[in-house]
Design a protein around this ligand. Sequence first.
Ligand SMILES: Nc1ncnc2c1ncn2[C@@H]1O[C@H](COP(=O)(O)OP(=O)(O)OP(=O)(O)O)[C@@H](O)[C@H]1O
Length: 525
Amino acid sequence: MRTYILKYKYENLVHIILLALNAAIFVSASVTLALMTNQLVSKQIQSFLALLGLEVGLYVIYLVLNYIITVHQAKLIQKMSLVIRLSYLSKITHHSFSEFRKIDIGEHLSVLNNDIQLIESNGFTSIYILCSTVFTTLFSIIALLSYDVRIVLLVILLTLCLTYLPKPFATKMKKAMERFSKANEELVSGISDQLYGYADVYYASRKHIFLRQVKSIVEDYISQKIIYTKRSTSTETLMSLFSVIAQMLILLLTGLLIIFGNIAVGTIASVGQISGNIFNSLSTINQLQVTIKSVEPILRKFEDYPTVSKSDLPIFQDINFKNVRYSFGENAIIKGFTQTFKEGGKYAITGCSGSGKSTLLNLLLGNLKDYEGKILFGKLESKEIDENSIVSACAYVGSQTHIYNDTLRNNLTLWNDAITDTHIKEALERVNLLSFLSRIDEQVNDGSFSEGQKQRIGLIRAFLKGSSVVIFDEATANLDHDNATRIEYQLLSDPDITFITVTHHLIKESEPYFDKIVRLGESDE
Ligand SMILES: Nc1ncnc2c1ncn2[C@@H]1O[C@H](COP(=O)(O)OP(=O)(O)OP(=O)(O)O)[C@@H](O)[C@H]1O
């Protein structure tokens, strides 16, 4: 939290000064009340009215300042939240793609939305409320000092009691907060899971399952939310009870001091309000400390961890798989695979479902590093190479293409302004989608295209990258035979292109053009 506050230190300093000013005005209004009561007791009507006017003025300034503080605070918190969101996103982009894929999209969404909201409310907002209450307490103690030192001594004694009372609740609150944050994640990832699968249950005529599953996910979340609310409210209630008892003790002492003639009778009104301020503040301060601490485990998700620096792939060279083995846990998928993928070579990888074709591509793209054997890019071992540099050298197309809610142009270029209309036209021609040229600045979304068109958009993205290494993972599976053959033929007939394609269905006409057809589940076992 400190890091983000210090990033905007000047804005935060101004904010804290505004909070101090507002607390001072609030306490001054309470002191004016005591003076007014004294004037009333001694029947000084003019002075009473003048003080009444002052009191109104103080409250007006207090309200205006309150408005300024609220707006300033909202702006400041949003700036800091943006920094936190960006640090999470840059953590994603700095680490490997396989790290990104370990976490469900719903969980990422929950971190970027729910966790940020918790940090905003329980973290930043609580810190500002904490500052405001500390100032209110400080000014209130100064005001009480002007009445009688004994009242202040009693306040300090009670303060110490109130400070140490809530410690045992802190750990419980922290745990409840951790569970609540987890429940938030499970809610978002569970609901997105069900929404993504809605089409499947719909066509299976099992729509009722969708409702049942979502209901059960929400119910789990509700039960955690209730536990969290119970725990935080019970802490608050207990602290308020201690605060009321402490306030009554102060009033008792003030009453006795008035009876024995040590202080003026009007003081009782002010002391009531000021000691109320102090104890409410104190119970708030303790509660806030607990709340702010409970944000720590959430903030840890945004901390980056050091990456081991790896070499960059200077140029794409022959790739040598030497006796490579890869297992997911106990499940051995690639069992002693040996193959050289030569620069400019054309390779097809086939095999039955689950035989490890995509796993092999992930090994080749550097997404999986915990293999046995050797994967050499020229003389460099894959484990030593930064996977980003492998990906930079290749154009990869998978079976799924995401369409952004944006223009068709941005969907093709992925916001690369250096790509000219001529490049786009050439790429469209390659995949037989020249008709898209007239729609280039149209707003599109996932529903705007057929599956085959989406896949061709994926291919265009790869072609626009202009890489000499093209890797397909079922990249033409949704295309008709003619279009698939035409696209493959362009790649197979270009001697400068290294082409590696994973497919279930080899196109008969293309087979003679491949240097090697690797059949997994046969050759590697
Ligand atoms: N992240 C993972 N964790 C555990 N097992 C995995 C993981 N990814 C893949 N597998 C397993 O590895 C095996 C090979 O998967 P892979 O996706 O490489 O097969 P494939 O040949 O591409 O299959 P398909 O043709 O169906 O796409 C499968 O049994 C799969 O269940």
